[in-house]
Ligand binder design. Structure first.
Ligand code: P1T
Length: 398
């Protein structure tokens, strides 16, 4: 069996998601035709004459074969032409922002990961890039925020941590009318549940630390786009700044994408059951999950997502003391930052992941002391529900 039987990428192909995940970018390589892409643990490559190298690789900050395989794989999964991998999701966001210049203006969704807000507010704002934060789940708000200097719209859908959903087709259409680049952080959906490029977005960003990695053992990021000129600029920034992932991390992520579809299906099954359970509890004030018909953008989520994901946010009755007691009482769920791994995690956004957002902004958004965020893993659902039930019971009246 030769490599020609393996799909090199999904470009224009009709292959299913898992077939692409398992094969794209991963032709058997090298003298022993290893089925798994090797970890090319090398910083440099031999040249035949100064500036001439037959492999196409000269130095691993610029390019590394394990990273190339991952980039081809992620491009195929997001239905894009170009993918660029980074050492973290924040490094990917940083590279996108470096494509702008001082004086440019960015319209950003008002609910984004705290670290993303921090890069914009504390790194790029002082360098002269301006930001307006708006509720982008109402795409028509865009018209009020646009200026002559506006270049980019940045959003998450569903958002972290409030799980707001934006109609990406409508937003992209409105942004395109004004010549704006639409960047969607697709971390919460993963490429399995939603492909923003197909919905009209220009750029997709991922923290591959989350569902793409899926095992809480790698920190990584990625950018995917169909825009040749932007990809070339980002490739330059990736090499010049150098926030690239190590070959081992690329290998681990390649291993992970092979099971992304299976994991996502189970995350969704479990999250739907957990959301239904929490929804029945009288000591839970509100459950926020795009799969519930009570979610304000449930119909949009149904249209643009394959399923509704593994993330749930809940407002508990009883304020901070109840939330704290609840978070201290879970046994299977681990109290930790991050999300998207096979194991269930739980956290308090106001104190943990979104602490870098000023308190008054958090309050106005609804990131309150009674808000708890769950990343529902792929354990047995009865065990997860039993754990939440006992922690809710124990924390009552705290
Ligand atoms: O942690 P890093 O790989 O740098 O990714 C940053 C990032 C970007 N975008 C979204 C939507 C994210 O959720 C994150 C990281 N988020 C967490 C660590 C968290 O617990 O929410």
């Amino acid at each position: 069996m030769g490599q020609e039987t393996k799909p090199k990428s999904s470009g224009g192909s009709t292959l299913g998601f898992s077939t692409v995940a398992i094969h794209a970018g991963q032709d058997p390589l090298g003298p022993v035709r290893s089925v798994m892409t090797p970890i090319f643990q090398t910083s440099t490559y031999a040249q035949t004459s100064p500036g001439e190298y037959f492999s196409g690789y000269d130095y691993s900050r610029s390019k590394n074969p394990t990273r190339t395989a991952l980039e081809e794989n992620l491009a195929a999964l997001e239905k894009g032409k170009h993918a660029l991998c980074f050492s973290s999701g924040c490094a990917a966001a940083d590279a996108v922002m470096h494509s702008l210049k001082s004086g440019d203006h960015v319209i950003c969704g008002d609910d984004v990961y705290g670290g993303t807000f921090r890069i914009f507010d504390k790194i790029f704002k002082p360098l002269g890039i301006e930001f307006s934060f708006i509720d982008i789940s109402e795409p028509r708000q865009l018209a009020h925020a646009v200026r002559a200097e506006t270049k980019m719209v940045w959003l998450e859908s569903p958002t972290n941590p409030l799980l707001k959903v934006t109609d990406l087709v409508e937003l992209s259409r409105l942004a395109k009318e004004r010549g704006l680049t639409v960047v969607v952080d697709n971390t919460f959906s993963s490429p399995y549940l939603q492909n923003p490029l197909e919905l009209g977005a220009d750029v997709v960003v991922h923290s591959s630390t989350k569902y793409i990695g899926g095992h809480s053992d790698v920190v990584g990021g990625a950018i995917i786009t169909n825009d040749d000129a932007l990809a070339e600029r980002l490739r330059f920034i990736q090499n010049a700044v150098g926030a690239v992932p190590a070959p081992l991390d690329c290998f681990l992520l390649l291993r992970s994408t092979k099971t992304l579809a299976l994991r996502m299906e189970r995350h969704c099954d479990n999250a739907e059951a957990v959301a239904a359970f929490l929804n029945e509890r009288s000591d839970v004030e509100r459950v926020v999950y795009p799969g519930l018909s009570s979610h304000p953008q449930h119909e949009i989520a149904k249209r643009q997502m394959r399923r509704f994901g593994g993330m749930i946010s809940v407002y508990l009755e009883g304020g901070l003391s109840r939330a704290r007691k609840f978070l201290e009482s879970v046994r299977l769920f681990t109290l930790a930052e991050s999300l998207g791994g096979v194991e269930s995690l739980i956290e308090h956004p106001a104190i943990m992941t979104h602490a870098s957002i000023p308190a008054e902004i958090r309050a106005s958004l609804g990131i309150s002391d009674s808000l708890v965020r769950l990343s529902v893993g792929i354990e047995d659902i009865d065990d997860l529900i039993a754990d939440l039930r006992q922690a809710l019971d124990v924390s009552q009246g705290a």
